[in-house]
Design a protein around this ligand. Structure first.
Ligand SMILES: Cc1cc2nc3c(=O)[nH]c(=O)nc-3n(C[C@H](O)[C@H](O)[C@H](O)COP(=O)(O)OP(=O)(O)OC[C@H]3O[C@@H](n4cnc5c(N)ncnc54)[C@H](O)[C@@H]3O)c2cc1C
Length: 466
């Protein structure tokens, strides 16, 4: 993927004018933001300039060749919850929301299927859920079309530095090793973040895989008839267990070890409304207890219904309650120390898969240069590691108090609405981020489209945002 528009590969850093936004990652969220910027630029004179940078490809984590999934599993969330869903831009773009929706519909799931002559087949088959790989194909299709003002770059972001109150620099490395520095007025970090650590003795490290491990490595365990402990009970744990189980019909033993009961992803009409329209239930003003309980029950450490059914129907998969304390090696096997109530026991396995979850804040921290990390900690009133827990995410899904804006939707579930952390309201997420980026451009009186006078530019911004 190297669609560079506007401009050449060098345009990003050699342009006098910094970009309005750099988005780290072209997964579901990065693509949703690209779609909204494209749509806004197509129906107004805003002329936002954005780079969406992905180390691998659009939807890499859904394709099946970058860990996380085999690609064959069914997406728990309905595909109609596409990059534009819920198509309710009136709050963020009151003056142009109808035109914006018209543009966004061109990038919808239904439009994708029609384009691929698959729409009638999908409807006739009963509007089934889709595989992760199909979802990735849809995201790639959106990327091909979301081009107005967007540079799509296949490069790894290695560092994000704060220059001053107004600018970030984002350093990237291309697959061939070329380094680029992009200057931008705002940054959005996407993706699940860092894998949460498990206490593993170095001698056992080669016996421990994790959620990002290639599916071939997991399948090899299955083909060897291994006895495997999958630690965790969320989407990545179920994905790992299914990948191992699907590799063979022979005997094997997969133990899904979790400290509580297994819960399935909840997307009933009530939960869906909270995801799609958190303001309608006054989410941000609800008690901390109520919000935490909702997220724990519906989104964190939960497994999609289809995956739960497949796991429960495979008698080689056992769900075990217990807290894994540590892992070490004995006679070539991984010994897992487990606490169950007051009891502690050591259980030998051939391999362990660490699916204890991800730390999105650590994912952000890992990208920050040392002085930027210090500056951020000073601007935030809480440690970066605790921002989600403390609800330190603003309405626009940026870290509260940090300038220039650093948007991290994955951390905003507790503060702003549970759908911002998952796939359930990609359109609402992009409304909030893109409206904030557009408002900053308007406040600067920056060039809007081809309009020369500052008054005319502000007029366009007013017409869009107010
Ligand atoms: C197996 C599985 C199933 C899931 N099912 C559901 C579900 O049904 N419904 C739901 O709501 N949520 C689900 N989730 C959670 C879901 O992953 C997140 O809600 C959502 O994908 C987050 O979107 P994202 O765009 O932030 O990240 P991703 O879709 O993970 O995309 C992140 C992108 O960033 C890129 N990237 C990472 N680091 C860099 C870097 N340094 N430089 C450049 N690019 C980088 C990656 O290549 C990747 O393409 C599931 C998670 C897993 C693991």
């Amino acid at each position: 993927m190297e669609h560079l528009n506007p401009g050449s590969p060098r345009a990003c850093h050699e342009d006098a004018e910094p970009l309005d936004l750099v988005c780290v990652g072209a997964g579901a969220k990065g693509v949703a933001v690209a779609a909204k910027v494209h749509a806004l630029n197509s129906c107004t004179d805003m002329g936002l300039r954005v780079a969406v940078v992905d180390a691998v490809a659009p939807g890499a984590h859904w394709r099946g060749d970058s860990g996380f999934t085999s690609g064959h599993e069914t997406l728990g969330t309905r595909p109609e919850k596409d990059v534009g869903f819920p198509y309710r831009s009136e709050r963020s773009f009151p003056r142009v929301h109808e035109a914006l929706n018209d543009e966004m519909i061109r990038l919808s799931w239904a439009r994708y299927l029609i384009d691929r002559t698959g729409y009638s087949g999908w409807v006739d088959a009963g509007v089934q859920g889709v595989t992760h790989r199909r979802f990735a194909e849809y995201l790639s299709w959106v990327v091909e079309r979301a081009t107005n003002g967007i540079s799509h770059l296949t490069e790894r972001v290695t560092r994000v530095d704060r220059v001053d109150d107004a600018l970030w620099t984002v350093t990237t490395v291309a697959p061939g090793g070329a380094v680029r520095t992009i200057t931008a007025r705002a940054v959005m970090v996407t993706g699940p973040g860092a894998v949460r650590a498990l206490d593993v003795e170095p001698s056992a490290a080669h016996l421990v895989l994790d959620a990002r491990s290639p599916r071939d490595a997991l399948a090899a365990l299955g083909r060897a008839g291994a006895r495997v402990c999958v630690v965790g009970a969320g989407e990545s744990a179920s994905s790992a267990a299914l990948a191992i189980a699907a590799s063979t019909t022979q005997r094997l033993h997969i133990e899904l070890m979790t400290s509580g009961l297994v819960a399935s992803r909840a997307e009933s009409p009530v939960e869906n409304r909270v995801y799609s329209d958190p303001e309608s239930v006054d989410w941000s003003r609800r008690s901390e207890h109520e919000r935490r309980h909702f997220i724990r029950r519906t989104d964190r450490g939960v497994i999609s219904g289809d995956a739960v059914a497949r796991l429960m129907n495979d008698d080689r998969v056992v769900l075990t309650e217990g807290r894994v304390l540590s892992v070490w090696e004995r006679d070539g096997r991984a010994v897992v120390r487990v606490r169950r109530g007051e009891q502690i026991s050591d259980v030998p396995f051939d391999a362990v898969v660490n699916c204890t979850g991800f730390d999105a804040a650590e994912g952000v921290r890992a990208l920050l240069g040392p002085t930027t990390e210090v500056a951020l900690e000073a601007m935030l009133e809480v440690p970066l590691a605790d921002v989600a827990e403390h609800g330190a995410l603003a309405h626009d899904l940026a870290l509260r108090g940090v300038t220039p804006p650093l948007f991290v939707p994955a951390l905003a579930g507790f503060a702003q609405g549970p759908g911002f952390a998952n796939l359930s309201s990609l359109g609402l997420m992009s409304d909030r981020v893109v409206a904030a980026v557009a408002a900053r451009r308007a406040r600067r009186g920056a060039p809007v489209g081809g309009l020369a006078s500052v008054d005319a530019r502000r007029g366009v911004a007013d017409a869009v945002l107010r």
